[in-house]
Design a protein around this ligand. Structure first.
Ligand SMILES: N[C@@H](CCC(=O)N[C@@H](CS)C(=O)NCC(=O)O)C(=O)O
Length: 210
């Protein structure tokens, strides 16, 4: 079978999500590093977002769709559970993270540190302070969920965990986010457990490009 090509930069959270998915399933892949909105990704994604996938003449975008494709097209451990309730719980957490947490934790909070809109490029304190309550509330929600199960969808690792991990990895390196994460015992233990997975260790991103 032709090899899988993931189109996206390794620092992108959603690109890392699909790389973790490939690693979990043992699917060999190459990474084609392109920036958002470049002609190459615009050809795969109608809104120019990372990542995309090319495989055997097939082209796809959207991380969750890519994970579904990998799960159906390749052998290896299942990323999505077969059992109805566990499958629905995994889907629910992918949707919650993509619809709400990515915006709060990455686009609003993290980006205020990484890509501040301040004149001197110092962290955007107003933006950070404005979103901190929401950051802490989302960390508390994850902590409460993980008090009841080892992984987001139940007792086993699923794509929902792969989908959350890259966000937590960046969050753990921020002042307030890292502190809140460490103070959330169930979430912190889950983060440490996921950090030991070979799929996670094989996809550690290099520093962000300037
Ligand atoms: N729903 C998309 C979201 C992808 C996404 O937001 N990717 C980010 C990189 S992590 C991106 O390309 N951002 C560029 C932009 O929004 O302009 C997916 O799940 O793949």
């Amino acid at each position: 079978m032709a090899s899988v090509e993931i189109v996206g930069i390794p620092q992108s959270t959603y690109t890392r999500v699909v790389r973790i998915a490939c690693e979990e399933k043992g699917v060999p892949y190459t990474l084609a590093p392109v920036r958002p909105h470049s002609p190459e990704i615009n050809a795969l994604h109608p809104f120019g977002k990372l990542p995309g996938l090319r495989h055997d003449g097939f082209e796809l975008c959207e991380s969750s769709a890519i994970a579904r494709y990998l799960d159906a097209a390749f052998d290896g451990p299942k990323l999505f559970p077969a059992e109805a309730k566990a499958a629905a719980r995994a889907e629910k957490w992918v949707s919650l993270v993509n619809s709400h947490m990515d915006r709060t934790l990455v686009r609003q909070y993290l980006f205020a540190y990484l890509f501040p809109q301040t004149p001197d490029k110092s962290p955007d304190r107003a933006a950070i302070d404005g979103v901190l309550d929401a950051v802490r509330a989302q960390i508390a929600l994850l902590d409460a969920t993980l008090a009841g199960s080892a992984y987001l969808a139940g007792d086993g690792f699923t794509f929902a965990d792969a989908n959350l991990y890259p966000i937590l990895a960046y969050l753990s390196r921020t002042p307030e986010g890292g502190e809140a994460l460490q103070a959330a015992p169930h979430l912190a233990a889950y983060f440490d457990r996921l950090s030991l997975r070979p799929s996670v260790q094989a996809t550690v991103p290099p520093p962000l490009p300037g």
